[in-house]
Design a protein around this ligand. Structure first.
Ligand SMILES: Nc1nc2c(c(=O)[nH]1)N[C@H]1C(S)=C(S)[C@@H](COP(=O)(O)OP(=O)(O)OC[C@H]3O[C@@H](n4cnc5c(=O)[nH]c(N)nc54)[C@H](O)[C@@H]3O)O[C@H]1N2
Ligand SMILES: Nc1nc2c(c(=O)[nH]1)N[C@H]1C(S)=C(S)[C@@H](COP(=O)(O)OP(=O)(O)OC[C@H]3O[C@@H](n4cnc5c(=O)[nH]c(N)nc54)[C@H](O)[C@@H]3O)O[C@H]1N2
Ligand code: SF4
Ligand SMILES: [Mo]
Length: 728
């Protein structure tokens, strides 16, 4: 059947035209007097996972109170955390499964929706083979659900192809940490940040994207700590930095190697640490010989004096921490970029001691937990490799199948979309992922989604991707199902159920287990609640690096979270992952990695002379399905604008709020200009939270990092011109 996204509009008849819902004024005040319980849980949005108390009355979340005892955020919240409760009763909530008909979507019974889904998946697998069906999971799901999706794909469907939206997010960092330390987690709890003397922040808009981390950074500065920030844009945190490195997009590797070059040239390395705790130093030392400050300055746009100063500050500090996020990871050399950050910490011995280390700032709410227990294409629970015979044996035993029945590794998220476009994959079961907005080269994604012979989506709102589905399964918000997540520090925390899913919507895990039953695999999915899934996960992860065996829901409540690994019930957890500089490799050593600079996948040229980079604003979250529906957040930043430096604007006769057409090698789009001095003059920036004609991903390209398979969202080539009106 033709996939006509517009047909989905008909569904609004059922739910009313409320895209930017704000409840009648005073709802919150009224709520203060009417709540009948407070539920201590966590924010559903970013990887900070702030503690929050939800106010509940008669199965509705009607407001919130700060949770001041929770140690990570001590009651503080950002604008998104404050408004999240408005999703619960949102008029756009999907209250029934939907099935596509010639006239668009119609409400369906669960019986019809699930038996049709099971039948279509079976038919397609019988006709084209098991691997013709792929599964997409998500890192906003609780860890129980993420675990369930890995098992569902491999046991209920028997397909190789499952991956998740964290492939667009944390995988470059994860791959680099695995290479260096054989474990994928931030090595330090955030309580170390204030203890550092120097903080190096690379490619992270901390103020807008990890707002609570700002508080830790300010505490460091209150103690006299120095802040160095590298970013093509002078972000809120960069404006307060002691040293700002305005790096040209995609050239971080040259900059980071340049810092290492300078500190080695000046003999500021920590020879004892290198000798005792690392391997591979000589090769890295030789590889940075050519990165002298002058040539690095030419490539990166960062003045040579600033490079010298940053290297000296970082190396000579007693204690230093390097924080990084997607600015360096969303590149076709994302893994190398992170390796270069780690190399700096290893060379200076800033690791495994108080106030020292490197840390990735996790993106999605469960960006950490969601990548530990098997929804990645190459992974089994406990951060085990699907290629490791002992791991296959262990997990197969827990799941009640033979190791031979476990599929081999499959495609990563973008590769799945490529295979759909090629016609190799015919059907997709997707939960908690909105690829129509979030994958690069949006037109390509649209073409692929239109080719699917069968497509089922599980979501609580009708996302832009769901418009292409044959069946939409009405799932649950975070507060409608108990479970755990793991925050940016590696702290596993307890998500409490506050309400039941409304109407005929169901808990995500019930939907997936019910479908497994209809696929004839019910005996492998006997769970009646998330606690039973968690109990199995504990055993499945036992002995892996991400060992959850010693974690229970009760312990999480008592200790306000437990850091993994936690191998036994009497184990307190592991906040300092690399204590004393000891890695997870059998020899305990950390591995230097050679990381040489190379050109991005979409280089600037005469025709496309500007760098386009994309990212976020504080009030919107990811593909925007959730936050674009919340009035109050929408008002802060109502539509995407393109940031342009005044000098560049002047060259094109553009003033603030003019329409500007941005042209890349794939597409063009027209947005209003935001003329700001806080961006490099050779770079433009577009936040990506909007769909269709406002989607930054119309312009981006599908080049992947060869190892992590992350798309290069941060570096594309473009040109701009002044435009008369929208859409021209
Ligand atoms: N408000 C808000 N907060 C969020 C999210 C959200 O959508 N909205 N999403 C969450 C998620 S999933 C994630 S992954 C994180 C992302 O958090 P961040 O990675 O901090 O956010 P981004 O805006 O993607 O990019 C970070 C910075 O990278 C810079 N940058 C661009 N290109 C380059 C480059 O080549 N080199 C360097 N050094 N910097 C570059 C951008 O200017 C930007 O300031 O935020 C999380 N928190
Ligand atoms: N150009 C550009 N593109 C980017 C980025 C960028 O910086 N620039 N950043 C990338 C990054 S870092 C990320 S993380 C991705 C994110 O991209 P996506 O993962 O596609 O974005 P989300 O908005 O989280 O989409 C998740 C969908 O799942 C639904 N959902 C959320 N929680 C749940 C749940 O518990 N259950 C169910 N059933 N559904 C749920 C939401 O309603 C939403 O429709 O985007 C990437 N795309
Ligand atoms: S910082 Fe992240 S977790 Fe905390 S309130 Fe904001 S969005 Fe939620
Ligand atoms: Mo992300």
């Amino acid at each position: 059947m033709a996939k006509i996204p517009e047909a989905a509009e008909k569904i609004r008849e059922h739910y009313g035209p409320h895209p930017n819902y704000t409840p009648p004024g005073g709802w919150q005040n009224e709520a203060r007097t009417r709540a009948d319980k407070l539920v201590k849980t966590h924010c559903c949005f970013c990887g900070q996972q702030c503690g929050i108390q939800l106010k509940v009355r008669e199965n509705h979340v009607i407001g919130f109170e700060p949770w001041e005892e929770f140690p990570f955020n001590r009651g503080k919240l950002c604008p998104k955390g404050v408004k999240r409760y408005l999703q619960s009763d949102h008029p756009d909530r999907l209250l029934d499964p939907l099935m596509r008909t010639e006239e668009g979507f119609v409400k369906a019974s669960w019986e019809d929706a699930l038996s049709f889904t099971a039948r279509r998946l079976k038919e397609i697998q019988e006709r084209y083979g098991k691997d013709a069906v792929a599964v997409y999971g998500g890192a906003s799901l609780t860890t129980e659900k993420a675990y369930l999706m890995g098992k569902f794909a491999r046991v209920a469907l028997g397909t190789r192809h499952i991956d998740y939206n964290g492939r667009l997010c944390m995988v470059s960092a994860g791959t680099a940490y695995k290479l260096a330390f054989d474990v994928d987690r931030s090595p330090i709890p955030w309580s170390e940040i204030p203890k550092a003397d120097v903080l190096l922040v690379v490619g992270a808009n901390v103020g807008e994207c990890a707002p609570i981390t700002t508080d830790y950074i300010w505490r460091c500065r209150d103690r006299g700590g120095k802040l160095i920030v590298a970013d093509p844009r002078m972000t809120p945190i960069a404006r307060n930095a002691d040293l700002f490195l305005p790096v040209r997009p995609g050239t971080d590797l040259a900059l980071l190697n340049g810092l290492l070059h300078v500190l080695l040239r000046d003999g500021l390395q920590n020879d004892a640490f290198i000798e005792q705790h690392t391997t591979g130093f000589e090769a890295v030392r030789d590889s940075v010989a050519g990165y002298d400050p002058r040539s690095v300055a030419e490539k990166t746009g960062v003045p040579p004096e600033a490079i010298e100063k940053a290297a000296r500050w970082f190396a000579q500090a007693d204690r230093a921490i390097a924080l990084h996020a997607r600015g360096i990871e969303h590149q076709s050399k994302g893994v190398e970029n992170v390796s270069a950050v780690i190399n700096l910490a290893l060379a200076t011995g800033h690791l495994g001691r108080e106030g020292c280390g490197t840390a990735m700032i996790t993106g999605q709410g469960n960006g950490q937990g969601g990548r530990e227990h098997g929804q990645k294409c190459d992974q089994l629970p406990g951060q085990r490799s699907l290629l490791d015979p002992a791991a296959r044996e262990h997990v197969a035993r827990v799941w009640g199948i033979t190791p031979e029945e476990l599929p081999q590794p499959g495609y990563s998220a973008q590769e799945i979309m490529n295979a759909i476009h090629e016609g190799e994959i015919k059907a997709l079961f997707s939960i908690c992922f909105n690829p129509a907005v979030s994958l690069p080269n949006a037109e390509f994604t649209r073409e692929a989604l239109e080719k699917l012979e069968f497509f089922a989506v599980t979501d609580f709102f009708l996302s832009e991707t769901a418009r292409y589905a044959d069946v939409v399964l009405a799932g649950s918000l975070q507060e409608e199902e108990e479970g755990v997540t793991c925050n940016t520090e590696g702290r596993v925390i307890h998500i409490q159920q506050a309400t039941e899913a409304p109407g005929n919507a169901r808990r995500d895990s019930d939907i997936v287990c019910d479908l497994a039953r209809r696929l004839g695999k019910g005996r492998f999915f006997p769970y009646t609640n998330p606690r039973e899934i968690f109990e199995e996960l504990r055993v499945a992860s036992r002995g892996g690096h991400a060992d959850y065996y010693g974690i229970t829901y009760e312990k999480l409540d008592q200790q306000m979270g437990v850091f993994w690994p936690c191998p036994s019930l009497d184990h307190p957890g592991t906040p300092d992952l690399l204590k004393d500089g000891v890695s997870f490799y059998p020899d305990g050593k950390c591995r230097f990695q050679v990381a040489a600079w190379r050109e991005s996948g979409d280089p600037v040229s005469e025709e496309f002379p500007l760098y386009l980079t994309t990212g976020r604003v504080v009030s919107q979250y990811l593909s925007g399905t959730q936050t674009r529906r919340i009035g109050g957040l929408v008002d802060i930043y109502p539509e995407p604008r393109v940031e342009i430096h005044p000098r560049l604007a002047e060259q094109h006769g553009i003033v603030d709020k003019d329409w500007v057409t941005i042209v890349s090698r794939r597409a063009e789009m027209t947005l209003r200009a935001s003329v700001v001095k806080t961006i490099r003059p050779d770079t433009v920036f577009i936040p990506y939270h909007w769909p269709d004609k406002q989607s930054a991903n119309l312009l981006t390209h599908r080049t992947l990092d060869p190892r992590s398979k992350i798309p290069e969202f941060k570096v594309s080539a473009c040109r701009i011109r002044k435009s008369a009106e929208a859409g021209k």
